[in-house]
Design a protein around this ligand. Structure first.
Ligand code: C2E
Ligand code: MG
Ligand code: MG
Length: 524
């Protein structure tokens, strides 16, 4: 009850008591004062009745007030119970009855304010989502309740368990040496034990992140740090529990700054195509080139595509980056004084976008490049994740007159099956097989086998990563049609590639490449 409500209640009590006293006094004193007996017959009667009515009302009023006070009290108690219930619901997870994320933040704020040092342990379940999807939400709910019970069972009297969301739980404990790590070990052992479900058992696991409170860290920062540590555990093979520390903080800051730089580079069209010539092995003439993306960062220096292509993919920016690079490569190609074929890499994730063929065709049209001059290089991963979608997109690209080649052949898990399922016009033998093919009997057998297979399927072959004359000789002797590699040239920036093309003419031996053309050993 608020103090205002208490004041009002006391006021009403005072009024009721005053009315009671006044009316009693009136009932006793009024007949004497007015001298009722002296009044004529009907006037005395009316006055007597009036006095009796006032006295009766005066006696009844406090009783009525008392009753209404009591019912008010009951309503107020009910409202307070409802409010308390609402407060409870707002702070607890309905399914497991553990405290929720809001309560965690509130409690941490109170305890940090009181000067306590805390450790937060965040636990994220492994394999929960497939069980939920496969066996239904009821089974998933039951499993989460069982997990909550196991977490509760490990809590000491001062430890607090929480459910943050989905399959993510937490424990808030007073910081005490490595106790959080010991709890984490016990937690992961407990959650690794099978869970009984109707007609089956479920096997879960977990990843755990630990973060400690510290100067200037708000509750939300500590939760974020523990979650970052948990993600680090998830990303590290064999790791179950990681504590957030300065090294992890620096790594995450560097990752965030790398991401911001990449976003900016893509926004300002700063990733450029480099061009690696592809040679006809017999005759050594440049017949085409592969476009390879390059990011020359003013401070980071040369960033290889292996580092930024996958990240651009994660950031949902790969389509944009790919279009930018293809557009610039087409512009450069249109400026060449010779007709060459262009090979362009498309990542597996881009194959999920049905707009891909249309976008590529529009860019070719912008620069007047014939689709027959373009070859799209894809790896096996592009076709194994969604075979039907890949079949559709490949058919559409081929329908436009664009050729498709299978890149990094031999490195996938089912290269032969992939080869038989899709109409590839060319395959590129991965450079791991070309390396020392002239001296490694193993590689020699694989490469000659692949060349024979491609010949029987009427497919062209490019050997990737030719670095020595010996490798080149082997490939020539086994009738490999095309090759690229450092022996011929590293990937070159546009101006140097143009120079190479104009200076080398139609038939150029690698040894005859003018020494004035830089080989870009550092940046290629
Ligand atoms: P990839 O398509 O297999 O490209 C061949 C890679 O081998 C290139 O690496 C090239 O520089 C390198 N290479 C060529 N000849 C030799 C050699 O003789 N020795 C050695 N050791 N390496 C050689 P790079 O440029 O670092 O590209 C790596 C991968 O990144 C590419 O592999 C490709 O899958 C991907 N990539 C590059 N640019 C793009 C792009 O614009 N879009 C997409 N989606 N992926 C790209
Ligand atoms: Mg390639
Ligand atoms: Mg390759």
């Amino acid at each position: 009850m608020t103090s205002q409500e208490t004041d009002i209640q006391q006021g009403w009590r005072l009024v009721a008591a005053s009315v009671l006293v006044l009316t009693t006094a009136m009932g006793l004193v009024a007949p004497e004062v007015v001298n009722l007996a002296a009044l004529p017959g009907w006037q005395g009667l009316v006055l007597r009745w009036a006095i009796s009515l006032v006295v009766a009302a005066g006696l009844l009023l406090p009783m009525v007030l008392g009753c209404s006070q009591r019912s008010l009290h009951a309503v107020r108690a009910q409202r307070e119970r409802a409010e308390a219930r609402l407060r409870y619901i707002a702070r607890h997870d309905r399914l497991t009855d553990l405290r929720n994320r809001d309560r965690l933040l509130g409690l941490m704020a109170e305890r940090l304010e009181a000067g306590e040092c805390l450790d937060l342990v965040v636990v994220d379940l492994d394999r929960f989502k497939p069980i939920n999807d496969l066996h239904g939400h009821k089974a998933g709910d039951r499993l989460l309740c069982a997990v909550a019970d196991r977490i509760r069972a490990l809590c000491g009297p001062a430890d607090l368990p929480f459910r943050l969301d989905g399959g993510k739980f937490a424990m808030l404990i007073a910081a005490n040496g490595t106790r959080a790590e010991h709890l984490a070990t016990a937690l992961s052992a407990s959650l690794a034990r099978p869970f009984d479900m109707p007609n089956r058992t479920a096997q879960l696991g977990c990843r755990i992140g630990i973060a400690r409170s510290g100067p200037g860290l708000a509750p939300a920062d500590i939760v974020q740090n523990a979650e970052d540590a948990m993600h680090k555990a998830r990303a590290t093979a064999g790791a179950i529990c990681v504590r957030y520390d300065l090294a992890l903080r620096d790594m995450l800051r560097e990752k965030a700054s790398f991401e911001a730089d990449l976003r900016e580079a893509i926004a300002h069209n700063r990733i450029v195509p480099y061009f690696q010539p592809i040679y006809a092995i017999d005759g050594r003439a440049i017949v085409g080139f592969e476009v390879l993306s390059r990011w020359l960062h003013p401070v980071r220096g040369f960033v290889p595509p292996d580092r930024f292509i996958a990240l651009a993919e994660d950031l949902g920016l790969l389509d944009r980056l790919s279009d930018q690079v293809l557009r610039r490569a087409c512009a450069a190609m249109a400026r060449l004084d010779r007709r060459l074929d262009m090979s362009f890499n498309i990542s597996p994730s881009q194959f999920g976008n049905p707009m891909l063929p249309g976008r590529i065709k529009a860019i070719l049209d912008e620069h007047g490049i014939a689709p027959a001059q373009l070859e799209i290089e894809i790896t096996e991963h592009a076709v194994v994740s969604d075979v039907e979608q890949a079949r559709h997109i490949i058919a559409e690209l081929i329908g436009l007159g664009i050729r498709i080649s299978l890149d990094d052949f031999g490195t996938g898990q089912s290269s032969l099956a992939t080869l038989s399922q899709f109409p590839f016009q060319k395959l590129k033998i991965d450079r791991s097989f070309i390396a020392s093919v002239d001296s490694s009997p193993q590689n020699a057998k694989i490469v000659s086998g692949v060349l024979a297979l491609a010949a029987s399927l009427n497919m062209n072959v490019t050997a990737e990563g030719i670095e020595s004359e010996g490798e080149l000789e082997f490939l020539r002797a086994h009738a490999c049609g095309l090759g690229q590699g450092y022996l011929f040239s590293r990937p070159l920036p546009e101006a140097e590639f143009e120079l190479l093309v104009s200076m080398t003419g139609q038939a150029t031996a690698p040894a005859a490449v003018p020494v004035t053309v830089p080989l870009h050993r550092k940046t290629g």
